[in-house]
Design a protein around this ligand. Structure first.
Ligand code: HEC
Ligand code: HEC
Ligand code: HEC
Ligand code: HEC
Ligand code: HEC
Ligand code: HEC
Ligand code: HEC
Ligand code: HEC
Ligand code: HEC
Ligand code: HEC
Ligand code: HEC
Ligand code: HEC
Length: 282
């Protein structure tokens, strides 16, 4: 009983299979030769057709092609003409046809860095650009060499590591900071990244940032009763670290006569330390 049923199943399947395949065979052949076939309009080859055969190129462009998601034939005006011995470069397009020499005459060999033409940005090789930072980023290179600091001796790629365009956090290298670290922009308000010793700041800077390092001056000022104690450090030492103001910037010649002042080398002769203003008449 079971055996008979099995034979029936096999038989039916075989019949269905055979009839189907004969049917489709007839169908295909009917379309592929004879006057009817040759009367058809043949549509030009499409991007879709290229992609069917060159599936890996298609997936490259699909997944990481970026702005190169274009029609293949925009670049490959000529294709399938390769013969052994022919120069490959004569068959494939030249980047500069569309981009000119994008980074100038120093960088004619595009595929050295943009390793895959079908994914030009994604395939950018970090390893190969490490030596050339300064040639493309002249402004930053000049800034570090003209303002000597420990960062001048730090390789660009020590900070901008692993991936082109990566921005490091200051705390990757400076774990104990003298101001609370929230983000780089906090540090950058005083230290430009490429010239960190050119410290500048605004009048909003809190005194405790200064007195963290200048403990003595902080104590002098807060310990005195004079009217300078109401000023902030940055009101006098404005804009730039180590800037020493002239008393006249705020006081003019007042309140003394020119004749009196001419006899002394400066205001401090009498007024002493500007943080305490203890009068010391000579
Ligand atoms: C932006 C221009 C550009 C576009 C768009 C482009 N290609 Fe290419 N293709 C190139 C360049 C340049 C090369 C040569 C790469 C090399 O020398 O390594 C190349 C190489 C090839 C090659 C031979 C080498 C390989 O990678 O197998 C094939 C095949 C190819 N492309 C197919 C395609 C197909 C199919 C499409 C569309 C789905 C396409 N290309 C889209 C520029 C392009
Ligand atoms: C029927 C399959 C098929 C189709 C469709 C096809 N190619 Fe090719 N193509 C090949 C084969 C096979 C090669 C040679 C082996 C290789 O490089 O992969 C080749 C090679 C190439 C090459 C490199 C060698 C040369 O002589 O140019 C390019 C570029 C190329 N194809 C582009 C295209 C483009 C663009 C399209 C669509 C307009 C396309 N192909 C459609 C099969 C196909
Ligand atoms: C047929 C013209 C054409 C050719 C050839 C061509 N490109 Fe492009 N490429 C474009 C266009 C269009 C864009 C998008 C607009 C732009 O950025 O200029 C683009 C964008 C790019 C981008 C930015 C990609 C992104 O995702 O933002 C890079 C990098 C690039 N191309 C490199 C190359 C390299 C390297 C080659 C040679 C292997 C090349 N291109 C060949 C037309 C071309
Ligand atoms: C020394 C390595 C190197 C060489 C050689 C090189 N590039 Fe680039 N290219 C880069 C880097 C790095 C970028 C910046 C990518 C980014 O924005 O992250 C870039 C960016 C680009 C962009 C713009 C991408 C964007 O963000 O819009 C284009 C277009 C481009 N290159 C085309 C070319 C062409 C064309 C050539 C050859 C004439 C070439 N490159 C040669 C390294 C190189
Ligand atoms: C071939 C030229 C080229 C080379 C080599 C190159 N860059 Fe760039 N770089 C670019 C271009 C183009 C851009 C994007 C446009 C711009 O902002 O100038 C860029 C952008 C950057 C950015 C800014 C990213 C952002 O978010 O604003 C940093 C940081 C950077 N590059 C660092 C480097 C470092 C470090 C090196 C060396 C390891 C290097 N670059 C090598 C061309 C180059
Ligand atoms: C000590 C770490 C450090 C070193 C060394 C360093 N950078 Fe930077 N760079 C940064 C930081 C942080 C930023 C982002 C904040 C900023 O713009 O100042 C940056 C920003 C950049 C930018 C984006 C544009 C800009 O100015 O904001 C470029 C381009 C750049 N650096 C290139 C370079 C090059 C080229 C070198 C080597 C000559 C270099 N950097 C050395 C930390 C560094
Ligand atoms: C890749 C590591 C690295 C990163 C990231 C880094 N620095 Fe530095 N920096 C150093 C080294 C190394 C020194 C010298 C030794 C020291 O003072 O710790 C230094 C020194 C300094 C100095 C003193 C300069 C001198 O010549 O004595 C300042 C200020 C400074 N860094 C600020 C910053 C700021 C702000 C940031 C973030 C924008 C930053 N650094 C990011 C490595 C780094
Ligand atoms: C209000 C301004 C200001 C801010 C904000 C600031 N600094 Fe400074 N920093 C200074 C001054 C001023 C010096 C002393 C410079 C000198 O010696 O000429 C200094 C010195 C340094 C030094 C040199 C080593 C030392 O401690 O003497 C490093 C490293 C440093 N700062 C890192 C940082 C980092 C990282 C941040 C962010 C968390 C930061 N700074 C925020 C003003 C500031
Ligand atoms: C990270 C420590 C640090 C911080 C923060 C700091 N300084 Fe300094 N400052 C120094 C050092 C180091 C010197 C040099 C001392 C020397 O030469 O004896 C200095 C020197 C000075 C001088 C004297 C310049 C001279 O010619 O004698 C002034 C003024 C000064 N700082 C003001 C400030 C002010 C205002 C702030 C806050 C905005 C500040 N400092 C924050 C470390 C710091
Ligand atoms: C009224 C303006 C004024 C204020 C406010 C002021 N300073 Fe000064 N400071 C000066 C002048 C002027 C000098 C130069 C004194 C001299 O020539 O001997 C000076 C000198 C200094 C010096 C170097 C000499 C020394 O005494 O060590 C440091 C450091 C300094 N100030 C830090 C600070 C700090 C930190 C604050 C805030 C707590 C501050 N100053 C507030 C005017 C001011
Ligand atoms: C940033 C501006 C500024 C600078 C720079 C400055 N002062 Fe003053 N000074 C003031 C102000 C504001 C007062 C309070 C004026 C008032 O209340 O009428 C003051 C008050 C004084 C007083 C009166 C103190 C008191 O307690 O009655 C003396 C004395 C004085 N300054 C001397 C100096 C001398 C000397 C210098 C230079 C070493 C100097 N100042 C630099 C802003 C400044
Ligand atoms: C010969 C010594 C001497 C010299 C030099 C001197 N002063 Fe005075 N100054 C005095 C005396 C004394 C007073 C009165 C002190 C008091 O009333 O407690 C005074 C008072 C002041 C006052 C407070 C005036 C008020 O109305 O309370 C200011 C502001 C002042 N001087 C600024 C300056 C400035 C700025 C200079 C330099 C341009 C300077 N002094 C040079 C001796 C001097």
């Amino acid at each position: 009983m079971g055996r008979k049923f099995f034979t029936n199943i096999v038989g039916c399947t075989l019949i269905i299979y055979l009839s189907l395949s004969t049917f489709s065979l007839i169908n295909v052949v009917a379309e592929e030769y004879g006057p009817a076939f040759y009367r058809q309009n043949i549509r030009p080859i499409t991007n879709h057709d290229c992609a069917r055969c060159h599936f890996s190129v298609f997936t490259d462009i699909r997944d990481k092609g970026g702005a190169h998601q274009m029609v293949c034939m925009k670049c490959h005006e000529i294709f399938h003409t390769y013969k052994p011995g022919k120069n490959w470069k004569d068959v494939v397009p030249d980047c500069a046809d569309c981009h000119v020499l994008f980074h100038g005459a120093d960088f004619p060999d595009c595929l050295r860095c943009h390793e895959n033409a079908h994914a030009p940005k994604n395939s950018l090789s970090f390893r190969k650009i490490v030596k050339d930072c300064r040639k493309c980023h002249v402004d930053q290179a000049t800034e570090t060499t003209q303002n000597l600091s420990a960062h001048t001796a730090t390789a660009c790629s020590s900070c901008h590591h692993d991936k082109h365009g990566y921005i490091p956090a200051c705390t990757e290298c400076h774990s104990e900071t003298h101001t609370p670290f929230i983000k780089n922009t906090g540090c950058n308000t005083c230290h430009p990244s490429h010239s960190p010793l050119v410290v500048s700041y605004t009048e909003d800077v809190a005194d405790n940032i200064c007195t963290g390092c200048h403990v003595d001056v902080g104590n002098q000022l807060s310990g005195s009763e004079n009217k300078h104690a109401f000023l902030k450090c940055a009101n006098c030492h404005a804009n730039k670290h180590r800037y020493i103001p002239m008393c006249q910037e705020c006081h003019g010649q007042e309140p003394h006569s020119k004749a009196l002042l001419e006899k002394f080398s400066g205001c401090n002769d009498c007024h002493g330390n500007p943080h305490t203003l203890t009068l010391q008449l000579p």
